[in-house]
Design a protein. Structure first.
Length: 284
């Protein structure tokens, strides 16, 4: 996805050295809002979007499997936001039943009667998906669905042919296999960690297109890059958490860039502790 297609967000203005404490704190809040609200495009997410497009065209169900903090949920939510009128996106609660799930979907597509008995909800939803022109239903945290809900989703697709995509952790495949439903969601997208080049490009995007701090932090180079790569394992969700904290603490301490010492301290609390290369060699 090109940088021009970034979610519209205002960049953080340069921190002038003479800014008082209140102004610095205002910038801290602005940075936090940027990280919380903007979508950071990656090659991984773009590939995922193309896969979802194919399922919509082919009218096929599928499943998205990946570890935590790799960006599955944020990418799925962004895909829905880009085409809200044709998609439904919901997150399943713990031990979610058919009744609860179908009520969520009906509410998400703004149906006038989103609640009712289980026997009424599925036919109501099937008719509504076609009537409202919904082309795809994405269900996040799908490992939380009860067997009854998964069986009803299969029947929902059989009735209205609107593809259902399940998004979840690595245990989702085992759950579907145990219920003999793996072939009902046959197409798999493995949403994994960022590749090396994608990780470097993402760091550059964050530094120049999102943060735009007055001093270069060189996030994609040298020791800072090593710290982030080591501590996050190239997981964008963890990267955002670490950088948010590091940027906030750096700004509060009067730095116009991400301070390396602060970054190393925060990274060691969230992910794997960074060990300089020379120390690694000396420990062998």
């Amino acid at each position: 996805m090109a940088r021009s297609q970034l979610a519209i967000q205002s960049s953080v203005e340069a921190l002038a050295p003479e800014l008082d404490l209140n102004a610095q704190l205002a910038k801290v809040v602005e940075v936090e809002e940027l990280f919380n609200n903007c979508f950071i495009p990656t090659d991984r997410a773009s590939e995922y979007f193309r896969w979802l497009d194919e399922l919509r065209i082919l009218k096929q169900c599928g499943r998205v499997i990946g570890p935590r903090d790799v960006g599955k949920s944020r990418a799925s939510c962004h895909y829905r936001e880009e085409d809200r009128k044709k998609l439904s996106y919901v997150r399943a609660w713990s031990a979610s039943s058919s009744k609860r799930l179908f009520s969520q979907i009906l509410k998400d597509i703004n149906h006038a009667a989103p609640t009712g008995k289980r026997v009424d909800l599925r036919p109501r939803l099937a008719g509504s998906l076609e009537l409202f022109g919904i082309e795809q239903v994405i269900i996040d945290n799908a490992e939380n669905l009860q067997r009854e809900a998964l069986l009803d989703l299969k029947q929902l697709f059989d009735e209205c042919h609107v593809p259902v995509v399940l998004v979840g952790g690595e245990e989702l495949d085992k759950i579907l296999a145990d219920f003999d439903l793996l072939t009902s969601f046959p197409t798999l997208y493995e949403f994994d960690r960022l590749e090396y080049d994608d990780f470097k490009k993402t760091l550059s995007t964050i530094e120049f297109d999102i943060l735009a701090l007055p001093e270069a932090s060189n996030l994609s180079e040298g020791t800072i890059f090593e710290v982030l790569a080591k501590s996050t394992g190239a997981r964008i969700g963890l990267l955002v958490k670490i950088l948010t904290k590091a940027v906030l603490h750096s700004l509060k301490n009067g730095f116009g860039k991400v301070d390396q010492g602060i970054l190393e301290k925060i990274a060691s609390r969230y992910g794997r502790k960074y060990i300089p290369l020379e120390n690694r060699n000396s420990n062998k």
